[in-house]
Design a protein around this ligand. Structure first.
Ligand SMILES: [Fe+2]
Length: 425
């Protein structure tokens, strides 16, 4: 039986404290290159200021773990519950999401002091020995913080992309470009009744279960993600101008926003480049395309005569390979998707880009949200969103699993979202 990371059999507090400290430090390391101004501005309603991410993840521990379990805990600042609650109706009113950028005070330094205050109390709590369900709640808090670490990076990218100077979050020197394209091969899978979803030991979000049976038909899955070079072909072939390729809601987005390329792409002197966390860079033709919406992914698949995989197909296929890939690695990674490695078999399933599936984010059979405020974590978003699988180059290393279900509305493009094609066998 796999050990619960927060309840190792020997020296129960050591691993728990280490894990807590590591995840908390990683958030601060990701924010370290940012000025107070960088960390305060909000570039759009979907994105949050880095300062808000740092405070909100701290608020989660203060509200869910400390207040109900530590009677002598002194709340750092009573006003923070309003400022840094995200969407928990059961925890009270909050600053409207599109106005998080108006929180110019407290300063970044004050938020770092808030983090230190909560960390001291949390370390004492963990050190006192944890039982379920508190250990599970703290583990959820750490996975929650890792989700916000990814958002911190994608939200900074969006913010910096609005700046005419196109500042680099990290190392502006271009990464080496792999010149040799690889042909796509399609890996066949049998149909039948399979099981998907989380059902065993180890952490998973509530929406990943229950494990259940589902029917799949024989299919083939591309051995790598769709590349930038292939996306350029789609553009050159008029992909963004042919309404017959598009879902009606997607075509409406094209008309409204004049989409003609993935988010962050810009043509300069006849060459396409893209804003990245390493500043404005040339397009790497053999790297996976990123920052495309579900609508674009679906239109591309139609153009290619293929389709997007279902999440059941994706999960089933992913179990045949190891979970290595390009992840954020605490901010030390490439922070850009990388071309597929040479070889045969499925590549890039984990890391690089989140892969849109054709599956709506709906409850699995038998799903029940957790009791209390944390029941608001996933269940209430099960409408109007699509599932993405596998993690990205901005996902913390070790954060995803084969059963992991990320979800966004079909028009969203600011995450590292790409696609892999599938077809019926
Ligand atoms: Fe959150």
């Amino acid at each position: 039986m796999a050990a619960h990371p927060l309840r190792k059999a020997v020296a129960p507090h050591v691993d728990a404290l280490g894990l807590y400290a590591r995840v908390r430090a990683e958030s601060e390391a990701l924010a370290a290159p940012l000025s107070d101004a960088d960390a305060t501005v909000q570039s759009m309603p979907d994105a949050s200021p880095a300062k808000w991410h740092l405070a909100h993840t701290t608020w989660f521990f203060e509200t869910m773990a400390l207040k109900p379990n530590v009677p002598e805990y002194r709340v750092f600042d009573e006003t923070y519950n309003f400022l840094f609650n995200s969407y928990y109706e059961s925890v009270g009113d909050r600053q409207p999401r599109p106005r998080r950028g108006m929180i110019t005070r407290p300063s970044l330094d004050e938020i770092l002091a808030y983090r230190a205050h909560v960390d001291a109390a949390m370390e004492q709590l963990i050190d006192s020995g944890l039982q379920r369900p508190l250990a599970d709640l703290i583990e959820l808090g750490l996975h929650h913080e890792q989700q916000h670490q990814e958002l911190l990076l994608t939200d900074i990218l969006h913010l910096f992309a609005q700046n005419p100077l196109k500042p680099a979050y990290r190392d502006p020197a271009p990464l080496p470009v792999v010149e040799t394209p690889r042909e796509t091969a399609y890996v066949p899978f049998d149909g039948g009744i399979i099981e998907i979803g989380h059902g065993g030991e180890g952490f998973a979000y509530d929406c990943e279960g229950p494990r259940h049976q589902t029917l799949i038909r024989p299919f083939r899955l591309a051995d790598r993600c769709v590349t930038n070079a292939e996306w350029l072909e789609f553009m050159a072939d008029g992909g963004y101008r042919d309404p017959l390729l598009w879902l009606s809601d997607g075509w409406a987005q094209i008309l409204e926003h004049r989409w003609a390329a993935p988010l962050y792409w810009e043509e300069r002197d006849g060459e396409w480049g893209s804003m990245t966390l390493r500043g404005f860079q040339p397009i790497d033709p053999n790297a996976p395309v990123a920052h495309v919406s579900y609508f674009e992914a679906d239109a591309f698949a139609s153009w290619a005569g293929k389709r997007l995989p279902t999440e059941a197909e994706w999960e089933h296929a992913s179990l045949t390979i190891d979970m290595d890939g390009v992840f954020a690695d605490g901010g030390a990674g490439r922070l850009r998707p990388a071309p597929a490695k040479a070889g045969t078999g499925l590549r890039q399933m984990f890391g690089d880009v989140w892969e849109w599936t054709q599956s709506p984010f709906t409850p699995y059979p038998g799903f029940r949200a957790a009791e209390g405020a944390v029941g608001e974590y996933n269940g209430k978003f099960m409408c109007g969103q699509f599932v993405l699988r596998g993690g990205s180059c901005a996902t913390p290393t070790g954060h995803v699993r084969p059963t992991y279900r990320n979800f966004f509305q079909p028009d969203k493009r600011w995450q590292f979202s790409g696609l892999r094609l599938a077809e019926d066998a």
